[in-house]
Write a protein that binds this ligand. Structure first.
Ligand SMILES: Cc1cc2nc3c(=O)[nH]c(=O)nc-3n(C[C@H](O)[C@H](O)[C@H](O)COP(=O)(O)OP(=O)(O)OC[C@H]3O[C@@H](n4cnc5c(N)ncnc54)[C@H](O)[C@@H]3O)c2cc1C
Length: 458
């Protein structure tokens, strides 16, 4: 007889929700956490970074107060200890809420410690070995540390250690010009640091369309962030109290010197010390657990949810994984990963809201398509708010009239994108959205207007 009906390893975005659902169905659960309840999103990811983005926005707007006819009696200063205290005050209740909800959940026992498989139905945590018929892996990921010459000799920051920063780095060098790196870059620039972003690819946020990436680059450069694309980091070294980063660009070598170094060059799954070999669970070459469309691993009775399965890298994808597993197990509802539409945001200011395919993906698919674009300068609400950077782009299938994708870089792009996403989920033609009456003055009111101007994608 197994000790539990289910073991859940990790308390990130999928594990706690699954524990609650299974416990409500009468299952006896064991859940394990080795570090901070709530995982990445709550402690070192979404919540703290968006709290910092809010502080940085306040500083930015305060500096622009004169544009709005508002006088501030002196230079704008940022108190980094207060910024961190605010961030901690937002994070702490979330973390404590997850911990409390699990520890008081009827039918659920919490084990604090690093969990490892010792067999396909057994997991060790501390000196205890527990067994269950069903095991759910929700171990998330962590920042990658690449093999750069000299990196073991210099202090560096990751998204986790950035959470302890309560001072202003005089010059922050960010390695990696993608989602995590760019958010920190703009935040620290707005706090007052000099910031350099180093990116290996020819353009920032490499999976986005080039026009989107170029617009983001312009926005960052306007704020005097030094952006180096096409730049390979070949070495780092201590230089007095500073850190020197050697980069290669078009065959030429140069050096950037900064006070602090942030690594933001990707994530790796926390599967390397999980005893997966003892259970026989298969991973890919990068350590992601291989799963099918319903998140079952190669071993019957073991599922993998969230970042560790490589099928998503966001809080909403981890949450969606929980919903898929719960629906299949408890509701006889065969929900699948392939039912979901790509959706995410980049929280620079202005943000980028994304749904579905990029223009490059549509072109590659070879299907006849229509496109509409609009500059944020033409959006009255953006104009009224004095926040006119960016542009919006929507792509439609010329034959089915279904929306294929959208990139909304501009004021409230992270929110507005949902009106497009929902029409995509409804599988409705774009004409439904085109005829909708939206509220004035909003950014969303221009989505139907844009759809009036669809033209063939040449
Ligand atoms: C800087 C940053 C900003 C981000 N911003 C956003 C955003 O704005 N929006 C968004 O959607 N996503 C964002 N993300 C991504 C998001 O945080 C993750 O996709 C999400 O947290 C993944 O959840 P998860 O449940 O897969 O794993 P995690 O949240 O990483 O949780 C895994 C948990 O498992 C525990 N664990 C690991 N191994 C073991 C073990 N062997 N034994 C016991 N416990 C273990 C860990 O301690 C952790 O608590 C951001 C990420 C970063 C790094």
């Amino acid at each position: 007889m197994a000790d539990y009906d289910a073991i859940i390893i990790g308390t990130g975005q999928a594990g706690p929700a699954l524990a609650r659902r299974l416990a409500a169905a009468g299952w006896k659960i064991a859940i394990m956490e080795r570090k901070l309840f709530g995982g990445t999103c709550v402690n070192t990811g979404c919540t703290p970074t968006k709290t910092l983005v809010a502080s940085a926005y306040a500083a930015y707007l305060a500096r622009r107060a004169g544009d709005y006819g508002v006088t501030i009696g002196g230079p704008v200063a940022v108190d980094m200890k207060a910024v961190k205290a605010r961030k901690d005050a937002v994070v702490r209740p979330s973390r404590e809420g997850v911990e409390r909800s699990l520890k008081t959940l009827k039918g659920c026992t919490v084990f604090e410690g690093h969990a490892r498989f010792v067999g396909p139905k057994s997991v060790q945590v501390g000196d205890k070995v527990l067994t269950a018929d069903k095991i759910f892996i929700n171990v998330g990921g962590r920042a990658s540390v690449p093999p750069i010459r000299g990196l073991d000799q210099v202090p560096y920051l990751t998204n986790s250690s950035m959470m302890d920063v309560d001072f202003l780095p005089s010059h922050l060098i960010v390695l990696g010009g993608s989602y995590v790196g760019l958010e920190f870059a703009q935040v620290y620039r707005r706090f007052g640091s000099e910031v350099t972003v180093v990116e290996l690819a020819p353009h920032l946020i490499a999976r986005e369309d080039e026009d989107v990436s170029r617009a983001v680059e312009e926005i960052l450069k306007d704020e005097h962030i030094d952006v180096r694309v096409n730049s390979k980091v070949v070495a780092v070294a201590k230089q007095g109290r500073n850190i020197a980063v050697t980069i290669e660009n078009a065959g030429a070598t140069s050096q950037i010197t900064g006070s602090h170094l942030l690594l933001a060059i990707g994530r790796r799954p926390n599967t390397d010390d999980l005893g997966l070999d003892k259970a026989g669970v298969a991973t890919d070459s990068r350590g992601y657990i291989q799963v099918d469309d319903q998140l079952r691993t190669s071993v019957p009775g073991i599922w993998a949810l969230g970042d560790c399965n490589g099928r998503g890298a966001f809080t909403h994808t981890a949450w969606n994984d929980f919903e898929i597993v719960a629906a299949n197990l408890l509701e006889n509802d065969p929900r699948r990963v392939s039912d979901r539409i790509t959706a995410y945001a980049l929280y620079t200011d202005p943000p980028l809201g994304r749904a579905g395919m990029t223009e490059a993906e549509v072109r590659k698919s070879g299907r006849p398509a229509l496109i509409a674009t609009m500059a944020m300068e033409d959006v009255s609400r953006a104009y009224e708010k004095g926040e006119t950077k960016g542009f919006m782009k929507i792509l439609v299938d010329a034959e089915t009239k279904r929306i294929l994708g959208a990139s909304l870089l501009g004021l409230s792009g992270d929110e507005v994108v949902h009106c497009i996403l929902d029409v995509m989920y409804c599988k409705a033609p774009y004409t439904v959205l085109q005829r909708a009456m939206h509220i004035h003055p909003t950014v969303s009111e221009f989505i139907p207007t844009m759809l009036e101007d669809l033209a063939p994608l040449s």
